[in-house]
Design a protein around this ligand. Structure first.
Ligand code: PLZ
Length: 428
């Protein structure tokens, strides 16, 4: 087997520079809470492929479902010749997402594609165009989703012009907005939408219940409920982007449950299919079905192999109660993170929910226009030290100063403990 160094050399001559990797090591296998590289080194996995392999890499149930499906047929295109697996995934989505109202779903390949389609559907259903998104939001890298995403580098710089009719308002971010309560933060956002966008032209309000790439920003309680209720009162569509938070990650099937909201549309991807590419838009039947037959689709959307993987993944989540596993990860990790924060003033806040936990790093005692001064250098130093010690650890945030934990939900206590110890040591 070639070494990582050899592969890296080949890569430099063949792979575009714009596609980068966090670590220079190449994977040979992964499963449970660990990954092994081609040089024989074992890593503890606190990344899960960015919140994807919640059931673990190559989870046996997923592997056999995929194998069985691959042997039957790999692709027909649902728009040409439909198959049961697609329908079954849509039935699961209807059953698992919040709200007992009648729902419909459409399946796609990536999170960005799901978000694009949610916006298409909301515009079609309302006959309006304006879409409101939030500071620090991340929704993807396609043209429309770049416009929806807040951060310029690395996502948007030089890639314009961007799609129109996108408006950005402040996010509830208690650590940086002076601790505004949810109702006040919502009233501010709503007031701006009313004055600067206009409720009559509003097609959709799109928000991540807990922001992912933007820094694991948990809005103040009530913020989402107020926004959702106001959005409904205007006749616009409230869209929850649960691509990162969904499928048990935050300790419930969807983070919307924690907030007591029933979004009109929900976008899903990542954890849904155990590592195979699949995404969905699920929502109120009358909104989803506003689109004319043939108006939604794509060659691969809801590919049968990805659907088979999703059905097995959802089955595992149900059988193993992975929502409870996420809450257990929270209860084991959070006290360790709080203790770490008590020791290291560079940790300005410990936050998150379930198996979506973060440390926001700041320069102690310094503050600026956005509150506590972000310390991206500290975050990258901690991540680098963790990588050198064998822990896959991601950063995020508008200022790249947030360390985030996204372990697979099936990680065992010993692996979690080893990973947390490596994280603790990375702060020394
Ligand atoms: N919405 C909330 O988290 C993907 C992006 C990593 P795709 N987040 C990881 C990167 O640098 O590209 C994401 C998300 C939320 C949408 C998306 C987009 O999902 O499957 O990456 O297109």
């Amino acid at each position: 087997m070639p070494t990582s160094a050899e592969l890296h050399q080949r890569r430099s001559a063949a792979v575009a520079r714009g596609v980068s990797s966090m670590i220079p090591s190449y994977v040979s296998s992964a499963g449970g809470g660990t990954m092994t590289d081609v040089d024989g080194r074992e890593w503890i996995d606190f990344a899960a492929g960015i919140a994807v392999t919640s059931v673990g890499n190559s989870a046996p149930a997923v592997v056999s479902a995929v194998q069985e499906q691959v042997e039957k047929f790999t692709h027909t295109c649902f728009m040409i010749a439909p198959y049961e697996q697609y329908v079954a995934v849509c039935e699961e989505l209807a059953a698992l997402t919040p709200g007992t109202f009648e729902k419909r779903s459409a399946l796609f390949n990536s999170g960005a594609e799901a978000v694009e389609n949610a916006v298409k559907i909301a515009r079609h259903a309302t006959g309006r165009q304006a879409v409101v998104v939030f500071d620090h939001a991340y929704h993807g890298r396609t043209n429309l989703t770049m416009a929806l995403t807040a951060k310029v580098m690395p996502y948007k710089q030089g890639f314009g012009p961007f799609a129109g009719e996108i408006y950005r308002v402040p996010m509830s971010y208690p650590f940086r907005d002076g601790g505004l309560d949810g109702a006040t933060a919502a009233a501010q956002a709503i007031g701006l939408i009313e004055k600067q966008v206009g409720a009559a032209d509003l097609a959709a309000v799109l928000i991540e219940p807990i922001q992912g790439e933007g820094g694991f920003v948990v809005p103040a309680p009530g913020f989402l409920a107020e926004l959702a209720a106001w959005t409904k009162s205007t006749g616009a569509v409230f869209i929850a982007d649960e691509i990162q938070t969904g499928f048990c990650r935050t300790g419930a099937w969807f983070a919307s449950f924690d907030e007591g909201i029933e979004p009109d549309l929900i976008t899903t991807a990542k954890g849904i299919a155990g590592g195979l590419p699949l995404a969905g838009v699920t929502g109120r039947a009358e909104i989803m079905d506003a689109v004319h037959p043939g108006g939604l689709g794509g060659t691969y959307g809801g590919n049968p192999v990805a659907c088979a993987a999703a059905l097995a993944t959802i089955g595992m989540m149900r059988e193993l109660d992975l929502a409870a596993a996420a809450r257990r990860i929270d209860s084991l990790a959070r006290p360790r993170l709080e203790a770490l924060a008590a020791k290291h003033p560079v940790i300005g806040e410990v936050r998150g929910r379930g198996a979506m936990l973060a440390l926001e790093l700041v320069k102690p005692g310094e503050s600026g226009p956005f509150g506590p001064a972000p310390d991206p250098a500290a975050a990258s130093a901690v991540a680098k030290a963790a990588h050198e010690a064998g822990l896959l650890l991601l950063t995020c945030g508008t200022w790249s100063n947030v360390i985030r934990l996204l372990p697979p939900l099936i990680i065992d206590d010993d692996e979690l403990d080893r990973g947390l110890s490596l994280l603790e040591q990375a702060f020394l």
